[in-house]
Design a protein around this ligand. Structure first.
Ligand SMILES: Cc1cc2nc3c(=O)[nH]c(=O)nc-3n(C[C@H](O)[C@H](O)[C@H](O)COP(=O)(O)OP(=O)(O)OC[C@H]3O[C@@H](n4cnc5c(N)ncnc54)[C@H](O)[C@@H]3O)c2cc1C
Length: 422
């Protein structure tokens, strides 16, 4: 497949459709949205309360999901991951390491799952190949020689910062205004419609307040979406669900190593440059800010990693940190009792909550127009999330402009710093 670079000169020269959209949140979802909407001819302003990617996007595992992890539970999500990961490999090649993945079987019950797992992958369009334990160890010498077998899948890893930065660069080249350190503090409504946002701009030495008017506002604020929704008087069904990750100073494997079992805690090791990162856990938090990794999570992750890659135990620790999942449910409610608990224990139940994403149309749900919220999903499907939300914006503003983000290779993440002058 050959796809051309985004036609920046045409996009810049293209007549804007005269509609203004304000995107709130400068994570991967906001970045992809700013780009998608700009390509469709909207005049876009993106506001982010901190540095770009300072939310969950800058702190996740960096696995480019081929979808195998979700295949047993939800074929549609698995298929979407496969399709989106293939697209990203063309669109953002310099942010991705296409290294492949190995699902390893540690116990007899994992082995019994093998046939179903491979079938579920096939039904989701994911190529999965069974390999013997010996072959797996020959591929990745650091994995436990005691494994019973393994399955090869096309997982990969990506740089959590560079991937969205390439989208920010493309958005900027298409004319979007990107404002880090700008926090939405309030919304102004007129006749049941959100018409403006009050933004505290911390980019200047003396903080200033700005009023941003727009025809439509999209909240891409992840685990903060509940708070931002409340400013507009809408209820956003989201629970911040923090997970811990642990990095050690050794790159044991080139492939992503996962435990072949129903998706749970501490079952993925991702290589990132010279590090290996094991993750993650899942808890409940009221507040997505200032999350610290609990000691018991770190001990649990170390034990889980060692079962797959024994060398982990003796490796030097580099860092442990937390990031909040913006878990949402398409039905609009999340049973809290499904969350919480000890790592690897009952909390596993929370893993059954869908990793799907949802674009909440607040006009339809709450009777408040001019605002939608996009939540859930994964970093791997940022482009698809943006497409869904942008389609909704087009519908609500009566603009006929199809999504074209699949058609172009993005500029390098480095181009973000050139200020959009390409
Ligand atoms: C532990 C963990 C591991 C994960 N691993 C992976 C993985 O390996 N692969 C994968 O594909 N996905 C992974 N994910 C999922 C992925 O990280 C998220 O789905 C994705 O990063 C969400 O991006 P986002 O842009 O929607 O949210 P965020 O990145 O959180 O962005 C929301 C932004 O909104 C900003 N904001 C909030 N309030 C305001 C306001 N009032 N005004 C302005 N801005 C505001 C925040 O500062 C934040 O930057 C993982 C998630 C977790 C928690």
């Amino acid at each position: 497949m050959m796809i051309p670079s985004v036609p920046f000169s045409q996009a810049r020269a293209a007549k804007h459709n005269g509609r203004r959209v304000c995107v709130i949140g400068g994570g991967g979802t906001g970045a992809a949205l700013a780009y998608d909407l700009s390509l469709r001819g909207f005049s876009v302003t993106l506001v982010e309360k901190g540095e770009l990617t300072s939310g969950t996007t800058g702190r996740h595992h960096g696995q480019l999901h081929c979808g195998a992890r979700y295949a047993l539970g939800d074929r549609a999500i698995a298929r979407e991951c496969m399709e989106e990961s293939l697209l990203l490999r063309y669109m953002v090649p310099d942010a991705i390491e296409y290294n492949g993945g190995l699902f390893v079987e540690l116990e007899e019950e994992d082995r019994e799952l093998e046939a179903n797992f491979v079938e579920a992958c096939a039904e989701s369009g994911i190529p999965a190949r069974i390999v013997s334990a010996r072959e797996a160890v020959a591929l990745e010498g650091a994995i436990a020689p005691s494994i019973l077998g393994a399955v090869c899948v096309p997982d990969g890893s990506f740089d959590a910062f560079r991937l969205p930065l390439a989208f920010f660069a493309a958005a900027r080249f298409c004319g979007a205004k990107i404002m880090p350190w700008a926090e939405v503090m309030d919304f102004e409504r007129s006749g049941g419609r959100v018409v403006a946002a009050t933004v505290l701009n911390r980019a200047t030495e003396s903080f200033s307040e700005t009023r941003i008017e727009a025809d439509y506002f999209v909240s891409a604020t992840g685990a903060w979406a509940g708070r931002v929704g409340a400013l507009a008087g809408v209820d956003v069904p989201i629970i911040p669900a923090p997970g811990t990750m642990l990095a050690v100073r050794e790159r044991f494997c080139d492939r992503v190593i996962s435990h072949l079992h129903p998706a749970g805690d501490g079952d993925i090791i991702v290589p990132q440059r010279g590090l290996s990162i094991i993750g993650s856990t899942q808890r409940v938090a009221e507040d997505p800010e200032s999350l610290l990794p609990p000691q018991e999570d770190i001990a649990f992750l170390m034990k889980s990693a060692t079962a797959m890659v024994p060398g982990f135990a003796a490796a030097k620790r580099r860092a442990a940190w937390c990031a909040a999942r913006p878990l949402a449910s398409a039905s609009g409610t999340i049973p809290r009792e499904l969350l919480g608990g000890e790592p690897g224990g009952e909390a596993k139940a929370g893993r059954t909550i869908s990793r799907d994403f949802v674009a909440l149309d607040h006009e339809e749900i709450d009777g408040i127009s001019g605002l939608c919220t996009i939540i859930g999903g994964k970093a791997t499907v940022l482009r698809a999330m943006a497409e869904k939300a942008s389609d909704l914006v087009c519908r609500r503003l009566g603009v006929d402009a199809p999504c074209s983000t699949k058609d172009f290779v993005l500029p390098s993440w480095r181009d973000y710093y050139s200020g959009g002058s390409a």
